[in-house]
Design a binder for this molecule. Structure first.
Ligand code: A3P
Ligand code: EST
Length: 289
């Protein structure tokens, strides 16, 4: 294994911690030029990025699964800030990609490239409740060696609360993207809503993308984007991705709501609730937990 990618420390870009090797390509991220026909999928990690990416990809291909199977989802929807030894830098890929492009990012609002503010284009933001994200992120840290060692669950939870994890604080991320949703063309979705009624949420996406599809195609897309279908699809489940050990924890782990109840102790939960109350006191953004 390339040791440069084995548990490197996080680095700061502006105020946001990022996966160490990603920082080396930061200049190209800052200079990245968005276009009016781009569609940006933005999330805090572990909030349903891959799921919504697949839905969008299939909508653009009118449910043509063959087309969608031609490359893995992380190639079809490049991850803007991803870069490092052994992984092609996304900015390079994006500059050669056919239009319209679908782009993924985990960047916090404070560190977005200038072009984000200069251009008008569509953005889908997906948010997931803080506790399930913490659990999902912990298991992701364990299996993806590009992150620092997460330590124990308790240690990881503390780092997460301090914002000392890749892409910074969950609360800053969701609140600031919520704040700019009227200033920019943003569809703000919730993972819990997608689980509750995937059809309803997909209709929102279709309307936002100004696309129409038949009921038959809709049904097909719903089937192909179910948790089980994506977990079993090598183009969606990251099994072809380097630097991840799915035997530690699969990328497509559980795909449920409320798994935090199996991880948080009573005292961790009390501490987290108090922290959460303070963090979310200055926003009207609410979550189901
Ligand atoms: P869990 O670890 O809780 O299972 P991201 O793509 O942003 O990294 O998010 C990954 C999380 O979304 C994982 O959560 C994963 O299982 C879940 N996920 C991925 N595809 C899904 C789907 N089709 N339906 C429900 N959850 C999905
Ligand atoms: C982090 C978040 C995410 O949503 C997707 C990915 C894919 C690229 C991954 C990175 C990540 C985690 C760390 C790595 C990186 C590629 C190499 C690095 O080791 C696995």
């Amino acid at each position: 294994m390339d040791t440069a990618f084995y548990r490197p420390p996080l680095r700061l870009v502006g105020s946001m911690p990022i996966i160490g090797p990603f920082a080396d390509n930061w200049e190209n991220v800052e200079q990245f030029q968005f276009r009016e026909d781009d569609l940006l999928i933005s999330t805090y990690p572990k909030s349903g990025t891959t799921w919504v990416s697949k839905i969008v990809d299939l909508i653009l291909n009118k449910g043509d699964m063959e087309e969608s199977q031609k490359a893995a989802i992380f190639e079809r929807v490049p991850f803007l800030e991803c870069s490092g030894p052994g992984v092609p830098s996304a900015t390079e890929i994006l500059n050669k990609l056919d239009f319209p492009r679908v782009i993924k990012t985990h960047l916090a609002v404070e560190v977005l490239p200038q072009s984000f503010w200069d251009k008008k284009f569509k953005i889908i933001y997906v948010a997931r409740n803080a506790k399930d994200v913490a659990v999902s992120y912990y298991h992701f840290y364990r299996m993806a060696y590009g992150h620092p060692d997460p330590g124990t669950w308790d240690e990881f939870l503390n780092s997460y609360m301090e914002g000392n994890v890749a892409f910074g604080r969950w609360s800053t991320h969701v609140k600031n993207w919520w704040k700019i949703r009227q200033q920019k063309d943003i569809l703000y979705l919730f993972y819990e809503d997608m689980l509750e009624d995937p059809r309803r949420e997909m209709e929102k996406v279709l309307k936002f993308m100004e696309r129409e599809i038949s009921d038959e195609v809709m049904e097909k897309i719903l089937n192909h984007t179910s948790f089980q279908a994506m977990k079993n699809n090598p183009m969606d489940n990251y099994s072809t991705f380097p630097f991840m050990d799915h035997s530690i924890s699969p990328f497509m782990r559980k795909g449920i709501f409320g798994d935090w109840k199996n991880h948080f102790t009573v005292s961790q939960n009390e501490k987290f609730d108090e922290y959460y109350r303070q963090e979310m006191a200055d926003t009207d953004l609410t979550f189901r937990m």
